[in-house]
Write a protein that binds this ligand. Sequence first.
Ligand code: PLP
Length: 382
Amino acid sequence: MTAAKRALDEGAHHYSDVLGLLTLRKEIVRKLAQDNSLSYEPDEIMVCNGAQEAIFLTFLALLESGDEGYCCQRPVSPVTTGLVRAAGGVVVDIPSGERDGFVPNLEKISTLITPRTKVMAVVTPGNPTGTVISPAHLGKLAQLAIDHDLTVLSDEVNELLIYPGFEHVSIASLPKMRERTVVVNGFSKAYAMSGWRIGYLAAPSDFVSALILLKHTASLATATVMQEGAVAALASARNSYKTMLIEYQLRRDLLTTMLDGCGLTYATPGGATYVYANIDGTGLDDEAFSLALVRETGVLVYPGNILRGRGPSPRSFFVARDICGVRSWRVSCRGFSAQTVGCVLVQTWRCSVRPSFSRFASSALEKGKGHDNCAGIDAYVA
Ligand SMILES: Cc1ncc(COP(=O)(O)O)c(C=O)c1O
């Protein structure tokens, strides 16, 4: 923040280069080399308005109307599926199962590839399951991409939020993958800069050059002052995420212990800030469960059906980030009524409420005000 304020005082009021400030791109190059064993030149980096814009531009550039954008794992964030569709593509669902830890199923993927499949999206650690794809499994996905001549979009925004026992490897660092991979990363997660809207992509220079016109058309450039803040984050706050990570791990462990206590299953998240839980045993569907929870207890969760895609899969809910306190709650539904577990999940970010979820949020707001150990629920974030 100090760096951004100083930059404003010093006149950072104008457009930057469409690719982003050279100082920032050089810092990103250094980060990718140090953390991910990836070698890029500054003109192979494009700074964007969040990872979201980087992903959207990538899909816009790669998908013709009706082309297939491939999601290696479902459930997956609408950041991926929504942007495939928004770019005119067709989402190909590859359901992955809780028993396998939501790791992409290679057999299913290979049977579903068609001549119209253009992009394979790999999100690790995943949203909303927290799945971390192992280097060995990434190697197999890489081989599939090579065999079928697919471009890989590697969404690595959660890369630093990894718990002990798990390892993040960029698929772009595997043999013959740099030339067919677009690496997407950003500052929202590890640097908690989600409202700054700053992210980036790294890809071979011909691809990045081809994106310049799109980026210019979409947003001209990324806000200069935000870029100055990102330079400071990379240059001098590279380890700040470690304190957050300890807290996130405590929250994950607290939540999974509670879920164990009431007999709900989940795949232990290896990274990111989510827990994705199976509620088949409760007899309620995703939305009914989430509504009951928020009405009866003020516990706000996301109903899992919003992310699952087609095909049979268990009913579920997932929670993200901010567990503000603990209190007991009771949900009276089949197979679940005798269990008392508790957590108060609140979103502490202030931001707009997505209309389709406003009913969850408003109910949660009412409940949240009464909790003695948290300040109330600001909003629901999708
Ligand atoms: C997997 C994943 N990719 C991308 C994004 C978007 O990141 P940004 O805030 O940098 O646009 C999110 C946000 O939650 C995410 O979970």
